[in-house]
Design a protein around this ligand. Structure first.
Ligand code: NAP
Length: 314
């Protein structure tokens, strides 16, 4: 396992980190028993993963982690969790709600301090409200020793151009120790502005959802590339019609998923790449792919030329 420094936090984080959300949610959505969930978490640690991401919004993930990590020395892993700043009806939660939410996360995670507390899916429309009303609650929790670093995850579904990240890094780079965003073969847009800004301000980048959902699925992948060719988003001759990314599989790159992980780590602003798997087999393969976190330069360049301007989230 390789380790990289997570921006200004100075934390040395494993290049592969574990995400307990996404489609699998630490096996909650894929039928893992509690013993299998505990084994998966232990397997992550055994393979060198030291950063685990969760959220109050991932069903029972925080509580599962609290159980699975019970007895593991607290200083041997880094916990990142998230608080939700909006109610289901779209109104903003109160600062008191956020304060209670932090305490509840600590309780579920069975710890008195989380390393990184992030606002969950912070979008550009809410950004200034959150900075004014909710950020001070996290700051206070930091002063009380309940959290070490403050960050946010982006609302990538609606802001594939990373509007919220760019706004944050242009407005208050000093406020954010870490940002979780999506950068991958099919979502390269962060390389244009968001990632260079993060590098400039030494903000640690946690890369999320790098293969979900289309990269591992040949049918969905072909459909997506076909759609982009038809709507003029990409040059129709830039990628083959059948198996549009199959040419990536050669010389030690064993699958398109492998290529996806390598691409996702092959940027100087990226400190760690989350994997949200519930399968030990997938976990091992994903870690193996990042033993050498680079793609051949010519392949990377072809991906950038073909897909680098796509700004919608998929
Ligand atoms: N805005 C946010 O705050 C936000 C949004 C999204 C994600 N995240 C964080 O980022 C983490 C990772 O994102 P994610 O879980 O959405 O996406 P991901 O890690 O890119 O993809 C996970 C999905 O890919 C499958 N998969 C993993 N490895 C595979 C392999 N080698 N071959 C085939 N399929 C494979 C998993 O299924 P199996 O279980 O079968 O392996 C799962 O369905 C989340 O868990 C969460 O912590 C945060």
């Amino acid at each position: 396992m390789q380790y990289r420094t997570l921006g200004r936090t100075g934390l040395e984080v494993s290049l592969v980190s574990y995400g307990s959300g996404g489609p699998s949610k630490l096996g909650q959505n894929t039928g893992l028993s509690s013993t299998e969930q505990d084994n998966l978490v232990q397997h992550c640690l055994d393979l060198g993963i030291n950063l685990i991401d969760t959220s109050e919004g991932y069903g029972g993930s925080e509580a599962i982690l609290g159980r699975a990590l019970n007895g593991v020395p607290r200083d041997s892993y880094i916990l990142a969790t998230k608080c939700i700043y909006k109610n289901n009806d779209g109104t903003l939660r109160t600062p008191e709600d956020i304060r209670r939410s932090i305490d509840a996360s600590l309780q579920r995670l069975n710890t008195d301090c989380v390393d990184i507390m992030q606002f969950h899916v912070l979008n550009s429309a809410d950004y200034f409200d959150v900075v004014e009303h909710h950020y001070p609650v996290l700051k206070r929790a930091q002063e009380q020793g309940k959290i070490r670093f403050i960050g946010f995850s982006e609302q990538f579904m609606k802001e594939g151009d990373h509007k919220g990240v760019v706004l944050a890094l242009n407005s208050h780079p000093e406020l954010w120790d870490t940002i979780m965003l999506k950068y991958g073969i099919l979502n390269q847009y962060a390389a244009k502005e968001a990632l260079p800004l993060a590098l400039e301000h030494n903000v640690g980048i946690i890369n999320m959802a790098v293969i979900r959902v289309k990269l591992p699925n040949p049918t969905l992948l072909k459909e997506q590339i076909d759609e982009w060719k038809q709507d003029g988003s990409i040059d129709p001759d830039s990628l083959p019609d059948d198996g549009p990314l199959d040419w990536l599989v050669h010389d030690g790159v064993e699958s398109i998923v492998d290529a996806g992980y390598k691409f996702a780590a092959d940027h100087p602003a990226i400190s760690t790449v989350l994997t949200g798997t519930s399968s030990i087999h997938h976990l091992e393969g994903n870690i193996r792919a990042l033993e050498d976190p680079t793609l051949p330069e010519a392949d990377k360049q072809r991906l950038q030329e073909a897909l680098g301007d796509i700004s919608i989230y998929i």
